[in-house]
Write a protein that binds this ligand. Structure first.
Ligand code: HEM
Length: 290
């Protein structure tokens, strides 16, 4: 099924009741840009780093040649890594700033917009699995679901391990002033294994959540357009919606529907990332099985 502007709709959009044309802002421009930069720097690091793990495979050789040889691949890897670290540090500073600017810094930890897992998330996991088995109603979610928080923290802690070990690989002489040699020896092992874990997680679980779940297939565009439809908000995040209504904030978030251009842009960017991710996973499997 297509929208009035000819763009294919996800199932949640297609099931929206007739006449409910309202949209609400979910993500601001900065959040969307930061996510896009994270997406492409992660893919850049993966494509330029993985050939070092599988140097004896033809695909690795072809990829390295595409980057202009090992020097070129190393340069791309370091540029993507540096940008990724800047975005990550920027995100952490922004969260701290917003916490300090709000009435209580504890909102970072326990507020409804917090990414920190709460007791309700544990109950949601239990009830969601009951629902999967047809043994209870679907749990009602707030602004962030338990699996969105899981994805967030996977990237957050991954950044410390992959970024920390990556910086040690980048500046070994500097780090050898404080760290024993054996730490530097295992750094490349830690970096490579964590990279495999991160690639495996992002390109399967995270992509499944964003693209392949029946309600989202073929793609959830909210991270590109920043907008969520009335139907999606009411259906998927009823607790958030009720809170926004109660606080009189829902109307202030009302915005125009996503433009055809922004949806096409989202589909191209998301589709490119999805394709590169799936190809990468297939190449890793092929290399492991051969
Ligand atoms: C975020 C900061 C990161 C930094 C500072 C960093 C830095 C580095 C450096 C300096 C190397 C050695 C490359 C060479 O000698 O040319 C390397 C290797 C590698 N990187 Fe990263 N990297 C980062 C993120 C990532 C990410 C996100 C991935 C994958 C998703 C990744 C995957 C790899 C792999 C697979 C290797 C090869 C490891 C090995 O040879 O065992 N890196 N990285």
């Amino acid at each position: 099924m297509s929208s009035a502007i000819g763009v294919p709709l996800s199932r949640a959009e297609a099931n929206a009741p007739a006449g409910s044309g309202r949209y609400y802002r979910r993500f601001g421009l900065l959040e969307r840009v930061m996510h896009a930069v994270l997406m492409f720097t992660f893919i850049g690091c993966a494509l330029s780093g993985l050939p070092l793990l599988y140097p004896d495979h033809a695909w690795a050789e072809a990829l390295v040649r595409l980057f202009g040889g090992f020097r070129g691949a190393g340069l791309i890897h370091r540029i993507c890594a540096a940008v990724m670290i800047v975005v990550f540090v920027g995100h952490v500073l922004r969260v701290l700033y917003r916490g300090l600017a709000s009435d209580s810094i504890l909102t970072i930890l326990w507020g409804p917009d917090s990414m920190v897992p709460q007791g309700k998330d544990i109950a949601d996991i239990y009830n969601h699995f009951k629902w999967f088995l047809g043994r209870g109603p679907r749990p009602q979610f707030d602004r962030y679901t338990y699996w969105e928080k899981f994805d967030y923290w996977a990237v957050f802690w991954g950044m410390f391990i992959i970024g920390g070990s990556g910086l040690m690989l980048w500046f070994p002489i500097f780090f050898s002033q404080f760290l024993p040699g054996w730490v530097l020896n295992i750094t490349s092992l830690v970096h490579g294994e964590e990279a495999l874990l991160a690639v495996g997680f992002i390109f399967t679980i995270h992509f499944f959540n964003g693209h392949l779940r029946p309600e989202k297939f073929p793609m959830d565009l909210v991270i590109f357009t920043g907008r969520v439809s009335e139907h999606e908000l009411a259906e998927e995040r009823p607790i958030e919606r009720a809170r926004l209504v109660r606080e009189g904030r829902l109307t202030t978030l009302e915005t125009t529907p996503p433009s055809a251009g922004s949806m096409t842009f989202g589909r191209i960017v998301g589709g490119t990332a999805l394709t590169l991710g799936i190809v990468t996973i297939l190449l890793i499997f092929y290399s492991l099985l051969r």
